[in-house]
Write a protein that binds this ligand. Structure first.
Ligand code: ADP
Ligand code: MG
Length: 365
Protein backbone atom coordinates (compact mmCIF):
# COMPACT_ATOMS: atom_id res chain seq x y z
CA UNK A 1 0.00 0.00 0.00
CA UNK A 2 1.23 3.48 -0.81
CA UNK A 3 2.05 5.65 2.21
CA UNK A 4 0.61 8.63 0.37
CA UNK A 5 -1.76 8.74 -2.56
CA UNK A 6 -2.95 11.94 -4.21
CA UNK A 7 -5.74 11.73 -6.76
CA UNK A 8 -6.60 14.65 -9.04
CA UNK A 9 -5.68 17.17 -6.38
CA UNK A 10 -6.53 20.85 -6.97
CA UNK A 11 -5.92 23.94 -4.87
CA UNK A 12 -6.86 27.54 -5.68
CA UNK A 13 -6.06 30.77 -3.88
CA UNK A 14 -8.76 33.03 -5.27
CA UNK A 15 -7.94 33.34 -8.96
CA UNK A 16 -4.57 31.55 -8.61
CA UNK A 17 -4.81 27.87 -9.55
CA UNK A 18 -1.76 26.71 -7.57
CA UNK A 19 -2.17 22.91 -7.81
CA UNK A 20 -3.76 21.64 -11.02
CA UNK A 21 -4.74 18.01 -10.95
CA UNK A 22 -1.86 16.19 -9.28
CA UNK A 23 -1.85 12.38 -9.19
CA UNK A 24 0.95 10.86 -7.14
CA UNK A 25 1.63 7.66 -5.21
CA UNK A 26 4.51 7.43 -2.78
CA UNK A 27 5.52 4.00 -1.47
CA UNK A 28 6.54 3.54 2.16
CA UNK A 29 10.18 4.39 2.86
CA UNK A 30 10.76 6.36 -0.35
CA UNK A 31 12.61 9.66 -0.44
CA UNK A 32 10.60 11.78 -2.87
CA UNK A 33 11.74 15.25 -3.86
CA UNK A 34 9.24 17.75 -5.26
CA UNK A 35 11.29 20.15 -7.35
CA UNK A 36 10.42 23.08 -9.58
CA UNK A 37 11.00 26.78 -10.01
CA UNK A 38 9.69 29.33 -7.55
CA UNK A 39 5.91 29.68 -7.58
CA UNK A 40 5.20 26.33 -9.25
CA UNK A 41 3.14 25.09 -6.29
CA UNK A 42 5.59 22.99 -4.26
CA UNK A 43 4.81 24.50 -0.86
CA UNK A 44 1.10 24.53 -1.57
CA UNK A 45 1.18 20.84 -2.42
CA UNK A 46 3.17 20.00 0.71
CA UNK A 47 0.95 22.13 2.93
CA UNK A 48 -2.13 20.50 1.46
CA UNK A 49 -0.71 17.06 2.26
CA UNK A 50 -0.03 18.27 5.81
CA UNK A 51 -3.54 19.66 6.15
CA UNK A 52 -2.39 23.26 6.58
CA UNK A 53 -4.31 24.05 3.38
CA UNK A 54 -7.63 22.57 2.38
CA UNK A 55 -7.79 20.83 -1.03
CA UNK A 56 -10.52 22.17 -3.35
CA UNK A 57 -10.88 18.95 -5.31
CA UNK A 58 -9.40 15.45 -5.31
CA UNK A 59 -8.36 13.17 -2.50
CA UNK A 60 -5.41 12.72 -0.16
CA UNK A 61 -4.91 9.24 1.27
CA UNK A 62 -2.37 8.45 3.96
CA UNK A 63 -1.84 4.71 4.49
CA UNK A 64 -5.06 3.95 2.65
CA UNK A 65 -7.24 6.38 4.59
CA UNK A 66 -8.73 9.52 3.04
CA UNK A 67 -7.60 12.42 5.23
CA UNK A 68 -9.06 15.45 3.40
CA UNK A 69 -11.15 16.40 6.41
CA UNK A 70 -8.72 15.31 9.10
CA UNK A 71 -6.93 18.06 11.06
CA UNK A 72 -3.14 18.24 10.64
CA UNK A 73 -2.27 16.87 14.08
CA UNK A 74 -4.16 13.64 13.39
CA UNK A 75 -2.54 12.98 10.01
CA UNK A 76 0.56 11.10 11.22
CA UNK A 77 2.98 13.57 9.66
CA UNK A 78 5.91 15.64 10.92
CA UNK A 79 7.02 18.74 9.04
CA UNK A 80 10.15 20.86 8.84
CA UNK A 81 9.49 24.41 7.67
CA UNK A 82 11.80 26.63 5.64
CA UNK A 83 11.86 29.31 8.36
CA UNK A 84 12.29 26.65 11.13
CA UNK A 85 9.19 27.94 13.01
CA UNK A 86 10.79 27.37 16.42
CA UNK A 87 9.30 28.93 19.57
CA UNK A 88 11.67 31.78 20.46
CA UNK A 89 10.88 31.78 24.17
CA UNK A 90 11.49 28.03 24.59
CA UNK A 91 14.85 26.36 25.02
CA UNK A 92 15.98 23.88 22.41
CA UNK A 93 14.98 20.94 24.62
CA UNK A 94 11.45 22.27 25.01
CA UNK A 95 11.15 23.08 21.33
CA UNK A 96 11.99 19.48 20.46
CA UNK A 97 9.80 18.10 23.23
CA UNK A 98 6.81 20.30 22.41
CA UNK A 99 5.01 18.00 19.99
CA UNK A 100 5.45 15.03 22.33
CA UNK A 101 4.05 16.94 25.31
CA UNK A 102 1.03 17.98 23.25
CA UNK A 103 0.49 14.28 22.66
CA UNK A 104 0.82 13.62 26.43
CA UNK A 105 3.87 11.37 26.25
CA UNK A 106 5.37 10.71 29.73
CA UNK A 107 8.30 13.04 30.53
CA UNK A 108 10.74 10.15 30.99
CA UNK A 109 10.02 8.89 27.47
CA UNK A 110 10.29 12.41 26.09
CA UNK A 111 13.71 12.86 27.70
CA UNK A 112 14.94 9.69 26.08
CA UNK A 113 13.56 10.65 22.63
CA UNK A 114 15.02 14.15 22.77
CA UNK A 115 18.40 12.76 23.77
CA UNK A 116 18.53 10.23 20.98
CA UNK A 117 17.47 12.79 18.33
CA UNK A 118 19.95 15.33 19.69
CA UNK A 119 22.74 12.74 19.52
CA UNK A 120 21.86 11.84 15.96
CA UNK A 121 21.97 15.52 14.97
CA UNK A 122 24.99 16.45 17.13
CA UNK A 123 23.13 19.13 19.09
CA UNK A 124 23.26 17.43 22.52
CA UNK A 125 25.31 20.31 23.92
CA UNK A 126 22.79 22.94 22.79
CA UNK A 127 19.65 21.73 24.55
CA UNK A 128 19.81 24.50 27.15
CA UNK A 129 20.02 27.37 24.68
CA UNK A 130 17.36 29.61 23.22
CA UNK A 131 16.94 29.82 19.44
CA UNK A 132 18.36 33.38 19.38
CA UNK A 133 21.66 32.03 20.74
CA UNK A 134 22.22 29.70 17.80
CA UNK A 135 23.45 29.76 14.19
CA UNK A 136 21.28 28.98 11.16
CA UNK A 137 22.70 25.48 10.81
CA UNK A 138 22.06 24.73 14.47
CA UNK A 139 18.50 26.04 14.25
CA UNK A 140 17.96 23.87 11.22
CA UNK A 141 19.06 20.81 13.18
CA UNK A 142 16.69 21.67 15.99
CA UNK A 143 13.82 21.98 13.52
CA UNK A 144 14.73 18.58 12.08
CA UNK A 145 15.07 17.14 15.60
CA UNK A 146 11.61 18.36 16.48
CA UNK A 147 10.25 16.49 13.45
CA UNK A 148 12.12 13.23 13.91
CA UNK A 149 11.27 12.70 17.59
CA UNK A 150 7.73 12.27 16.41
CA UNK A 151 7.11 8.72 15.30
CA UNK A 152 5.28 9.87 12.20
CA UNK A 153 4.49 8.01 9.01
CA UNK A 154 5.36 10.89 6.68
CA UNK A 155 8.14 13.43 7.12
CA UNK A 156 7.67 16.61 5.10
CA UNK A 157 10.47 19.13 4.45
CA UNK A 158 9.90 22.52 2.80
CA UNK A 159 13.21 23.89 1.48
CA UNK A 160 14.90 23.25 4.84
CA UNK A 161 18.38 24.20 3.62
CA UNK A 162 17.71 27.32 1.60
CA UNK A 163 18.69 29.72 4.41
CA UNK A 164 22.10 28.17 4.94
CA UNK A 165 25.40 29.13 3.34
CA UNK A 166 26.77 26.86 0.65
CA UNK A 167 29.15 24.75 2.74
CA UNK A 168 26.68 24.11 5.53
CA UNK A 169 24.03 23.29 2.97
CA UNK A 170 26.23 20.55 1.50
CA UNK A 171 26.89 19.15 4.98
CA UNK A 172 23.23 19.17 6.00
CA UNK A 173 22.27 17.59 2.69
CA UNK A 174 24.42 14.55 3.43
CA UNK A 175 23.02 14.43 6.95
CA UNK A 176 19.44 14.45 5.75
CA UNK A 177 20.20 11.65 3.33
CA UNK A 178 21.89 9.65 6.09
CA UNK A 179 18.95 10.34 8.40
CA UNK A 180 16.60 8.90 5.82
CA UNK A 181 18.73 5.78 5.54
CA UNK A 182 18.74 5.36 9.33
CA UNK A 183 15.04 6.01 9.89
CA UNK A 184 13.77 4.19 6.79
CA UNK A 185 10.70 6.47 6.82
CA UNK A 186 8.86 8.15 3.97
CA UNK A 187 10.34 11.58 3.22
CA UNK A 188 8.77 14.20 0.98
CA UNK A 189 11.17 17.03 0.41
CA UNK A 190 10.56 20.30 -1.42
CA UNK A 191 13.32 22.28 -3.10
CA UNK A 192 13.84 24.59 -6.08
CA UNK A 193 17.44 23.38 -6.33
CA UNK A 194 17.94 20.70 -8.96
CA UNK A 195 21.26 19.56 -7.46
CA UNK A 196 19.59 19.00 -4.10
CA UNK A 197 16.85 17.07 -5.89
CA UNK A 198 19.31 14.91 -7.83
CA UNK A 199 21.50 14.10 -4.84
CA UNK A 200 18.75 13.34 -2.31
CA UNK A 201 15.92 11.70 -4.17
CA UNK A 202 14.96 8.10 -4.74
CA UNK A 203 12.41 9.70 -7.03
CA UNK A 204 12.14 13.23 -8.38
CA UNK A 205 8.74 14.77 -9.07
CA UNK A 206 9.25 17.83 -11.27
CA UNK A 207 6.42 20.33 -10.92
CA UNK A 208 5.60 23.04 -13.43
CA UNK A 209 2.73 25.49 -13.01
CA UNK A 210 0.92 23.27 -10.55
CA UNK A 211 1.23 20.08 -12.59
CA UNK A 212 3.64 17.16 -12.67
CA UNK A 213 5.84 17.57 -15.73
CA UNK A 214 7.70 14.27 -15.18
CA UNK A 215 8.51 11.92 -12.31
CA UNK A 216 11.23 9.30 -12.10
CA UNK A 217 14.55 8.18 -10.66
CA UNK A 218 17.12 11.02 -10.79
CA UNK A 219 19.43 9.53 -13.41
CA UNK A 220 16.51 8.36 -15.56
CA UNK A 221 15.09 11.86 -15.59
CA UNK A 222 18.51 13.31 -16.34
CA UNK A 223 19.31 10.90 -19.15
CA UNK A 224 15.80 10.44 -20.55
CA UNK A 225 13.90 13.71 -20.09
CA UNK A 226 10.42 13.60 -21.56
CA UNK A 227 10.28 17.28 -22.45
CA UNK A 228 12.53 20.22 -23.23
CA UNK A 229 11.53 21.75 -19.90
CA UNK A 230 12.84 18.76 -17.93
CA UNK A 231 15.96 18.57 -20.09
CA UNK A 232 16.69 22.22 -19.36
CA UNK A 233 15.78 22.12 -15.67
CA UNK A 234 18.08 19.28 -14.60
CA UNK A 235 21.80 19.90 -15.09
CA UNK A 236 24.15 22.79 -14.48
CA UNK A 237 25.10 24.63 -16.60
CA UNK A 238 21.87 23.72 -18.37
CA UNK A 239 21.53 21.77 -21.60
CA UNK A 240 22.14 23.84 -24.75
CA UNK A 241 19.25 24.04 -27.22
CA UNK A 242 19.93 24.73 -30.88
CA UNK A 243 17.38 25.10 -33.70
CA UNK A 244 18.17 22.66 -36.51
CA UNK A 245 16.72 20.51 -39.25
CA UNK A 246 16.87 16.76 -39.67
CA UNK A 247 18.47 15.86 -43.03
CA UNK A 248 19.43 12.70 -44.91
CA UNK A 249 23.19 12.30 -45.11
CA UNK A 250 25.12 9.44 -46.75
CA UNK A 251 22.55 6.73 -46.09
CA UNK A 252 21.95 7.99 -42.55
CA UNK A 253 20.72 11.17 -40.93
CA UNK A 254 22.26 14.31 -39.55
CA UNK A 255 21.08 17.49 -37.90
CA UNK A 256 21.83 20.59 -39.95
CA UNK A 257 22.37 23.75 -37.92
CA UNK A 258 21.48 27.23 -39.15
CA UNK A 259 25.13 27.94 -40.03
CA UNK A 260 25.07 24.94 -42.41
CA UNK A 261 27.09 22.58 -40.20
CA UNK A 262 25.84 18.98 -40.37
CA UNK A 263 26.25 16.76 -37.32
CA UNK A 264 25.84 13.07 -38.18
CA UNK A 265 23.56 11.04 -35.93
CA UNK A 266 24.58 7.55 -34.81
CA UNK A 267 22.74 4.84 -36.82
CA UNK A 268 21.15 3.45 -33.65
CA UNK A 269 19.07 6.59 -33.29
CA UNK A 270 17.86 6.86 -36.84
CA UNK A 271 15.11 4.24 -37.16
CA UNK A 272 12.45 6.30 -35.45
CA UNK A 273 13.57 9.52 -37.09
CA UNK A 274 13.21 8.51 -40.73
CA UNK A 275 9.68 9.87 -40.97
CA UNK A 276 10.90 13.26 -39.81
CA UNK A 277 13.49 13.92 -42.52
CA UNK A 278 13.54 17.58 -43.59
CA UNK A 279 11.56 18.62 -40.54
CA UNK A 280 12.74 21.17 -38.01
CA UNK A 281 14.09 19.78 -34.77
CA UNK A 282 15.66 21.26 -31.65
CA UNK A 283 19.04 19.76 -30.82
CA UNK A 284 19.76 19.46 -27.09
CA UNK A 285 23.37 18.95 -25.99
CA UNK A 286 24.69 19.06 -22.45
CA UNK A 287 27.88 21.07 -21.79
CA UNK A 288 29.60 17.93 -20.47
CA UNK A 289 28.94 16.08 -23.72
CA UNK A 290 31.29 18.32 -25.63
CA UNK A 291 35.05 18.03 -25.48
CA UNK A 292 38.10 19.21 -27.34
CA UNK A 293 38.32 17.20 -30.56
CA UNK A 294 41.13 14.71 -31.09
CA UNK A 295 42.59 14.17 -34.57
CA UNK A 296 40.47 11.01 -34.98
CA UNK A 297 36.99 10.94 -33.48
CA UNK A 298 35.24 7.99 -31.90
CA UNK A 299 32.03 6.88 -33.63
CA UNK A 300 29.09 9.05 -32.70
CA UNK A 301 31.16 12.19 -32.13
CA UNK A 302 30.71 15.10 -34.51
CA UNK A 303 33.35 17.75 -35.15
CA UNK A 304 32.45 21.42 -34.83
CA UNK A 305 34.75 24.39 -35.05
CA UNK A 306 34.02 27.72 -33.39
CA UNK A 307 35.52 30.81 -31.81
CA UNK A 308 35.28 30.98 -28.02
CA UNK A 309 33.57 34.14 -26.71
CA UNK A 310 34.06 33.67 -23.00
CA UNK A 311 36.25 31.41 -20.84
CA UNK A 312 35.25 30.62 -17.25
CA UNK A 313 37.64 28.35 -15.33
CA UNK A 314 36.26 26.72 -12.17
CA UNK A 315 39.50 24.95 -11.24
CA UNK A 316 38.75 21.38 -12.18
CA UNK A 317 36.79 22.22 -15.35
CA UNK A 318 36.54 25.21 -17.68
CA UNK A 319 33.33 26.53 -19.23
CA UNK A 320 33.70 27.88 -22.75
CA UNK A 321 30.92 29.97 -24.27
CA UNK A 322 30.71 29.90 -28.07
CA UNK A 323 28.22 30.09 -30.93
CA UNK A 324 26.71 26.75 -31.94
CA UNK A 325 24.62 27.09 -35.10
CA UNK A 326 23.99 30.77 -34.37
CA UNK A 327 22.99 30.45 -30.70
CA UNK A 328 25.11 30.86 -27.60
CA UNK A 329 26.17 27.54 -26.07
CA UNK A 330 28.41 26.40 -23.23
CA UNK A 331 30.89 23.53 -23.34
CA UNK A 332 32.38 22.05 -20.18
CA UNK A 333 35.98 21.28 -21.03
CA UNK A 334 39.07 20.04 -19.22
CA UNK A 335 40.72 22.83 -17.25
CA UNK A 336 43.49 23.58 -19.76
CA UNK A 337 41.59 22.87 -22.99
CA UNK A 338 41.08 26.53 -23.74
CA UNK A 339 43.11 29.46 -22.44
CA UNK A 340 41.44 32.69 -23.51
CA UNK A 341 38.58 34.28 -25.37
CA UNK A 342 38.78 34.57 -29.17
CA UNK A 343 40.69 31.31 -29.49
CA UNK A 344 39.36 29.00 -32.21
CA UNK A 345 38.68 25.51 -30.99
CA UNK A 346 37.61 22.24 -32.52
CA UNK A 347 34.98 20.54 -30.45
CA UNK A 348 33.75 16.95 -30.48
CA UNK A 349 30.00 16.83 -29.86
CA UNK A 350 28.76 13.53 -28.47
CA UNK A 351 25.75 12.81 -30.67
CA UNK A 352 25.14 9.52 -28.83
CA UNK A 353 24.02 11.66 -25.89
CA UNK A 354 22.24 14.37 -27.87
CA UNK A 355 18.52 14.90 -27.31
CA UNK A 356 16.22 15.69 -30.22
CA UNK A 357 13.12 17.70 -29.49
CA UNK A 358 9.99 18.32 -31.54
CA UNK A 359 9.98 22.15 -31.66
CA UNK A 360 6.20 22.65 -31.65
CA UNK A 361 5.31 20.32 -28.76
CA UNK A 362 8.64 20.60 -26.88
CA UNK A 363 8.54 16.83 -26.41
CA UNK A 364 11.69 14.75 -26.68
CA UNK A 365 11.61 12.45 -29.73
P1 ADP B 1 6.52 27.35 -4.50
O1 ADP B 1 6.56 26.79 -3.11
O2 ADP B 1 6.70 26.31 -5.56
O3 ADP B 1 7.46 28.49 -4.70
P2 ADP B 1 3.83 28.15 -3.77
O4 ADP B 1 3.15 26.84 -3.54
O5 ADP B 1 4.25 28.91 -2.57
O6 ADP B 1 5.05 27.94 -4.76
O7 ADP B 1 2.88 29.09 -4.62
C1 ADP B 1 2.18 28.63 -5.76
C2 ADP B 1 1.33 29.78 -6.30
O8 ADP B 1 0.32 30.10 -5.36
C3 ADP B 1 2.10 31.07 -6.52
O9 ADP B 1 1.55 31.70 -7.64
C4 ADP B 1 1.83 31.85 -5.26
O10 ADP B 1 1.91 33.23 -5.51
C5 ADP B 1 0.42 31.43 -4.93
N1 ADP B 1 0.15 31.45 -3.47
C6 ADP B 1 0.81 30.74 -2.52
N2 ADP B 1 0.27 30.96 -1.29
C7 ADP B 1 -0.72 31.85 -1.47
C8 ADP B 1 -1.66 32.48 -0.59
N3 ADP B 1 -1.67 32.21 0.72
N4 ADP B 1 -2.55 33.34 -1.14
C9 ADP B 1 -2.55 33.59 -2.46
N5 ADP B 1 -1.71 33.03 -3.34
C10 ADP B 1 -0.80 32.17 -2.87
MG1 MG C 1 7.75 27.31 -1.46
Amino acid sequence: MADLKLTQLHKHYGAVHAVRGVDLEIPAGEFTVLVGSSGCGKSTLLRTIAGLEQADQGSIEIAGQVVNDMPPRDRDIAMVFQNYALYPYMKVYDNIAFGLRVRKMPEADIAQKVKSAADMLAIGHLLDRYPRQMSGGQLQRVAIGRAIVRNARLYLFDEPLSNLDAQLRDEMRSEIKRLHQELGKTFIYVTHDQIEAMTLADRIVLLREGQIEQAGAPLDMFERPATQYVAGFLGSPPMNFVPARLVAQGGGYAVRLEDGAELALPPARVAKLAARADQPVTLGLRPEHMSRAEAALRPGLARYSSRVDLVQPTGSRTYATFKLGGVEAIAELDAHDVQRANERIELALDMNRAVLIEPSTHRVL
